[in-house]
Structures are given as structure tokens and as C-alpha cells.
Ligand binder design. Structure first.
Ligand SMILES: [Zn+2]
Ligand SMILES: [Zn+2]
Ligand SMILES: [Zn+2]
Length: 280
């Protein structure tokens, strides 16, 4: 499995638009890995993970070609993961895109599609392309076949009202855990992983917060990421061959990319950055 990260930031991105903090200043001056756009990745050039506000920027400046990524998995409907306003356009030469979305997070897009269809039906809008969007509801703890990937949504400790999800994504003998946005995993998630007997080749976790300064239960810092990795290790889902990475990184972390890499290494973890491509 190949995983390419296009965006690795938390909600605000780095630099945050109005921010003068040290991390944002450093990013403005140095660019490179210190610039973080909103979370988006593509697996094997065909399965998208997230459709954030920066999808356009990734398309314009980062070589992201969503025309080849017709199947997109969404964790939840926050703008840094799912910007529905940037979907219902009039593209030419493409017929359908599929979004796989936790049920509650898909409702707004479904309503927009229905509104558009109604406008086509009643003639207030003229249809000028064949493009259509399908929203596939996902329920926690059910496994779906999405273009040959076995995908299982798990209940994230984030926004219950949006059915926020983590994902187990499997193909052939490879398996990854997509672990954000979330605070410390709910017990039922850990029980599910344990009972399923799964072993992860790659785990990517939410690291929005400053080390040891957990200002919310709904995201994690390095210590909580390590705590989750330890729980997964205890049950055999993670072992010495598993790559554990942190992502969804905002300026709240109060570290430049290099500083965060050093800190994460002390916890046995790596740090994702925009443009990173890994093979597992
Ligand atoms: Zn987020
Ligand atoms: Zn800042
Ligand atoms: Zn969120």
C-alpha cells in the first residue's frame, strides 16, 4: 500500500492566517515541512482520505489529481476534513464521484445534492454536465468493500453528532489504522480491535495538542498517542514492525517540524508532513 499525504494539519493549518506565534512565524519564514495544510491523503493513487478545504490548493500546487480519485473516504464533516461546498460544481468529462461518509456527516451533502437535483427538475437550473455525486452511508463497526479495500469505521472520540470515524483499511496482507480526529480511543474501539485480532502495518494518530497540555478530550498530544500505541501493542495489534506516525498537527503543539520529530522520536513515533509518501 502506498500512502501519500497532501495535508497534515489540524483545523487552522500552519501558519494560521492571523497568527504571530513562534511556530507560525517559523513556518512563514522557512516554508517546507513547516507549512501544513488541512488533512488529506491518497492511498495507492485511487482511494482518497478526506476532502478538506485545501483540496483546491492540493490540486493547484501539489499535483493532486482528484479525477483519478473517484472514491473518497471521509472521517467527519469538519471543514478541515470535508468541505461539501467544493464538490457540486460542473466538471466536464467525468461522470461520478463516490463519497463514503459516516451517516450523520453525510447529511449536509445529501441535502445539497437533493437541492441541486430539484433545481434541475423544476428548471431553475440547467444541467450542463453528466457529473453526479453519490454519498454512501457508513455505520460504525461494519466492514465495507470499497474498490477492493476492506474498510471498517470505528467510533472516534471526537464529535458524536457527526458520527466521527476512525478507519481500519485493509488490502491484501496490509492493514492501516487511520486515527484522527480523536481523543483517547473509546473502550468499545479498543475492544473491537482486540476482538478482531487485527495487526496494523501502519498507524497514524491525532496529535493536535501540546505535549502534556490536553486542553480538550477530543484530540490528543504525544503522550496520549503513545498511550494508545501502548494499548494497541498490549493486545498485539501493533508490534515492532508497525510504523506509528502522528499527524493532524496544529500550532497548538508549539513545535516546529524538526522539534516535533525529535520529541516524537522519544516516544517511538514518526511525524507526517505535507508531501510525504510512504510504502507499507
Ligand atoms: Zn480536524
Ligand atoms: Zn500560530
Ligand atoms: Zn474534527
Amino acid at each position: 500500500m502506498k500512502i501519500k499525504f497532501y495535508g497534515t494539519s489540524a483545523g487552522g493549518g500552519i501558519p494560521e492566517i492571523f497568527c504571530y506565534c513562534r511556530v507560525c512565524e517559523y513556518a512563514r519564514q522557512h516554508g517546507g515541512k513547516d507549512i501544513r495544510t488541512r488533512s488529506q491523503a491518497v492511498i495507492d493513487d485511487c482511494l482518497g482520505v478526506e476532502y478538506p478545504v485545501d483540496t483546491f490548493a492540493h490540486t493547484a500546487y501539489r499535483g493532486l489529481d482528484m479525477r483519478k480519485v473517484r472514491n473518497i473516504l471521509i472521517t467527519h464533516a469538519h471543514h478541515d476534513h470535508f468541505l461539501t461546498a467544493d464538490i457540486l460544481s460542473r466538471p466536464q468529462g467525468i461522470d461520478r464521484v463516490n463519497f463514503y461518509v459516516p451517516e450523520a456527516s453525510g447529511r449536509a451533502l445529501k441535502a445539497s445534492i437533493e437541492k441541486q437535483e430539484e433545481a434541475y427538475r423544476n428548471g431553475t437550473r440547467k444541467k450542463t454536465c453528466d457529473f453526479s455525486v453519490s454519498v454512501h452511508d457508513l455505520k460504525h463497526y461494519q466492514t465495507y468493500d470499497i474498490i477492493g479495500y476492506q474498510v471498517t469505521p470505528l467510533r472516534a472520540h471526537h464529535q458524536d453528532a457527526l458520527d466521527s470515524s476512525l478507519y481500519i483499511i485493509r488490502k491484501d496482507d496490509k492493514c492501516i489504522l487511520w486515527g484522527f480526529d480523536t481523543g483517547r480511543f473509546y473502550e468499545d474501539v479498543l475492544e473491537y480491535i482486540k476482538a478482531s485480532g487485527v495487526r496494523f502495518d501502519f498507524v497514524v494518530l491525532d496529535c493536535t495538542l501540546k505535549e502534556n497540555e490536553q486542553i480538550t478530550e477530543l484530540h490528543m498530544d504525544l503522550t496520549w498517542c503513545r498511550e494508545m500505541a501502548d494499548k494497541l501493542t498490549e493486545m498485539g495489534a501493533v508490534d515492532e514492525r508497525t510504523r506509528i506516525m502522528v499527524s493532524h498537527i496544529g500550532h497548538l503543539v508549539e513545535k516546529t517540524h524538526e522539534e516535533l520529530c525529535e520529541a516524537a522520536a522519544r516516544y517511538g513515533m514518526e511525524v507526517a508532513y505535507d508531501g510525504l509518501e510512504i510504502e507499507i
